[in-house]
Design a protein around this ligand. Sequence first.
Ligand code: SF4
Length: 182
Amino acid sequence: MKVFLHACCGPCMTSFDKYFKERNIPYSVYFYNPNIHPYKEFVKRMKTLDEYAESIGIEVIHDMSFQQYKWEHEYAELTANERCKNCYEQRINKTAEAAKQNGFTHFTSTLLISPYQNHEMINEIGISAGRRNDVAFYYKDFREYFRGGQNIAREKGLYRQKYCGCIYSYNESKFRDKISWD
Ligand code: SF4
């Protein structure tokens, strides 16, 4: 088994690293998150992820797609639920394709750890992406590890984002005044 882990940030990756290493499951990380805006936030999350992955000896493969125009204009008329479905599909489908191309047996996503995401929807999308690309979706309900991962991130001083990622979630964030991109 060799797992391709889609990850959108360092903090959520910490628990996956612990989980995989405890089970001797080799894995690499895939950064593909064109939904994250603005660009300063995109870079900050990626750098946090890269620095953390380097410190624990994990390879990261990047796709630097950044689609703020598309997200602001093409998705403006969608409901929040439709937009999230699009967002999951885009990232999970691409992860499954890249997993297959790069010789991984399984793929999964740090999205499965978040209590703020639509867990069932992510699972359904993962299963069908796996079937289409002939690579297994590694499913587990990782939400029980969320707080533990946040604690590790706090101990290590990793940047912890204040909103989900897209420009809509940024605009709705109650913590915008706490965001610093320096
Ligand atoms: S709220 Fe999060 S999951 Fe939903 S579209 Fe925005 S970034 Fe994607």
